[in-house]
Design a protein around this ligand. Sequence first.
Ligand SMILES: NC(=O)c1ccc[n+]([C@@H]2O[C@H](COP(=O)([O-])OP(=O)(O)OC[C@H]3O[C@@H](n4cnc5c(N)ncnc54)[C@H](O)[C@@H]3O)[C@@H](O)[C@H]2O)c1
Ligand SMILES: O=P(O)(O)OC[C@H](O)CO
Length: 336
Amino acid sequence: MTYRTAVMGAGSWGTTFTKLLHDAGGEVVLWGRRPEVVEAVNERHENPDYLPGITLPEGVRATLDPAEALDGADFVALAVPAQTLRHNLGAWRTLLPQDAVLVSLMKGVELGTSRRMSEVICEVADVPEERVGVFCGPNLAREVAAGQPGAAVAACTDEDAARRLQAATMTPYFRVYTSTDVVGCELGGAVKNIVALCVGMAVGLGFGASTQALLMTRGLAEIARLGAALGADEHTFAGLAGMGDLVGTCMSPLSRNRTFGENLGRGMTLDEVVAVTKQTAEGVKSAEAVMELARKHNVEMPITEAVTAVLHHGMPIKEAAVSLISRSPKPERYGL
Ligand SMILES: NC(=O)c1ccc[n+]([C@@H]2O[C@H](COP(=O)([O-])OP(=O)(O)OC[C@H]3O[C@@H](n4cnc5c(N)ncnc54)[C@H](O)[C@@H]3O)[C@@H](O)[C@H]2O)c1
Ligand SMILES: O=P(O)(O)OC[C@H](O)CO
């Protein structure tokens, strides 16, 4: 069976996901909002702003017209920044094919509502949760685009839809597992960005692997605590969407979130870091939205709290580091 997919958003991950779908043998059209990006993909088979040096297959086609991209799609993959999804999807709502599965590629939580991306999709597109999927895992766009061995999770509460998404995305170099735990997969993807910001700050301050491992491990514990409060399956956090994505992102100099934190840790001001960050570092805005969720569900998330204090309330990084290391003594516990 050949599936047709519309990928909405021609940044680094949207473009990479388009290549993956093509390599998996599917039909795919990439929607981009900038004419020069669409032209580069169609004429020169590259997206130099986001994936310099990567050659895209000749069969990969891009368009500026959302209706053309969405026409007849089995899957609609959404790859815009988390904070613009509501606006973008609202504009495409009447063009969405009746039975298409809408797949979030995004790793963020909406500011103001604290909604996960799948919740925003259900609300704006007015579709039941069975028609909304999530694709996530330790996937640094450049490495996946280069065809390095990798894996991800295709999640949907409708197991059959998850299996179809799996079939549409498996390639000789990329494995895809299914899950029905949409909540856990989304939280794993969104909250690890906040932990990666913190690990980056630690790297920027000159701290080594011991401190980074501490932050990753306790970061995973707070992700699992929030997940338990929101009804996620705690096993998800030991998998690709949890530990896998957390470790991949926190360890990689390619991560925009880790790099953002590292620049702050080295002493740049927030404005300076924002000015040099050309791509989306979702954790920066999502930190406040996740903190709001944590407060609402009475979940302790000290790393998220410290990152939010540094990014949005002017707390000096060194003060945040002291606040974390001097927390009261307690037994080690994973999850709740
Ligand atoms: N890059 C990765 O390695 C990777 C991997 C997995 C998931 N993700 C997630 O994918 C999502 C997209 O990230 P990305 O890496 O492609 O980001 P990016 O910064 O590389 O690209 C963002 C894209 O969105 C477009 N865009 C920006 N503002 C817009 C608006 N107002 N309306 C419509 N389009 C707009 C940009 O033009 C660009 O095409 C994020 O949630 C990210 O966390 C990224
Ligand atoms: O570059 P980042 O920090 O957005 O991370 C990219 C992916 O989410 C890694 O899985």
